[in-house]
Write a protein that binds this ligand. Structure first.
Ligand code: PSU
Ligand code: MN
Length: 304
């Protein structure tokens, strides 16, 4: 079994048992506009470093799966010209064809696990879409959390989704959903979704212990740590609900399906909020990178 090609810094850290945090690239190529996406990709790596861990951004570059990217690769992903969106189904095909693609939460988890990286930080996972009873649109991210042993730090699932159905699905799949520092399940741009989170933890050490214990039990999957957006950056859900419904109607009317749905909704909401969701997205990803670094540090300490 071959894992990703590791950047020297990533490979040295892993060999020495030092903390590493994986980062995804779909949020760069398909989730945010140029050039803000490049600034954020760099800033998120800096947050991981400031938190005492080594960042490993994951993508397929010219047919090679990589963990840890140089400045040129990061810029190419941000320019997003001819960059595929790779989930579990697409990873091997892209590599086999020598293509270049950005990894979703699911594909990033696969690469992280193969590399021996325990923690991955991002914005929000994919989930069950609104109208899924008609479209059957359920992100492959959920199944990945059920089978790949990586702790994913995110601000819950994106608020464009059907959050109650997403939580039900995660429960069915046996994925621990852990709200960080509060009892409610966060809603990406908003701190509270109005739904209770199944589990709550208040310290990185607790999250690390749960990760290692789950592995010790021989359970295959990961865990989702739902970190609420910093209070000063949040957009309360009642301000967003009408706009999310509008973006959803427009995407359906335009016939968006499959991989195109999430990028279309995020893009439309950015326009409808005059960029407010973009600023909020940046703040929450940075906070998740910080928490991811703290959890990775604790896992490294408890393993030693
Ligand atoms: N988080 C963000 N922005 C994004 C994503 C996550 O803040 O664009 C991406 C992730 O890569 C996630 C994907 O895996 O959206 C979900 O896409 P889909 O709904 O097609 O599974
Ligand atoms: Mn989908």
């Amino acid at each position: 079994m071959s894992g990703p090609v590791l950047a020297p810094e990533v490979s040295e850290a892993l060999a020495a048992g030092r903390p590493v945090v994986a980062l995804e690239s779909t949020i760069i190529s398909h989730g945010l506009p140029w050039p803000d996406n490049l600034d954020l990709a760099r800033a998120v790596e800096e947050e991981v470093r400031a938190g005492g861990a080594v960042p490993a951004t994951i993508a397929v570059i010219d047919g090679t799966l990589r963990a840890g990217l140089d400045a040129e690769a990061l810029e190419r992903l941000a320019r997003a010209e001819g960059i595929a969106k790779l989930s579990r189904a697409d990873l091997a095909v892209c590599i086999a064809r020598g293509g270049t693609g950005a990894t979703t939460v699911a594909a990033t988890m696969i690469a992280a696990a193969r590399a021996g990286i325990a923690v991955f930080a991002t914005g929000g996972i994919g989930g069950v879409h609104r109208g899924a009873e008609r479209s059957f649109d359920v992100s492959a991210d959920l199944q990945e959390l059920a089978q790949t042993p990586v702790t994913v730090v995110a601000s819950g699932a994106k608020a464009i989704l059907d959050l109650p159905k997403t939580l039900e699905m995660l429960e069915t799949l046996g994925v621990p959903v852990i709200a960080y520092g509060q009892s409610g399940f966060p809603a990406f741009w908003a701190r509270e979704s109005g739904l209770a989170a199944p589990l709550r933890m208040d310290a990185p050490a607790e999250i690390a212990r749960a990760h290692l214990t789950r592995a010790g039990l021989g359970l295959p999957g990961g865990q989702l740590v739902a970190n609420p957006i910093p209070a000063e950056a949040e957009i309360p859900l009642d301000e967003l609900e009408g706009l999310i419904a509008q973006a959803q109607r427009e995407a359906e009317a335009a016939g968006a399906t499959g991989k195109a749905v999430t990028p279309a909704l995020l893009d439309r909401l950015r326009a409808l909020t005059q960029g407010r969701t973009l600023a909020a997205n940046a703040a929450l990803v940075r906070a998740n990178a910080r928490l991811g670094a703290a959890v990775a540090q604790e896992i490294a300490r408890q393993r030693a």
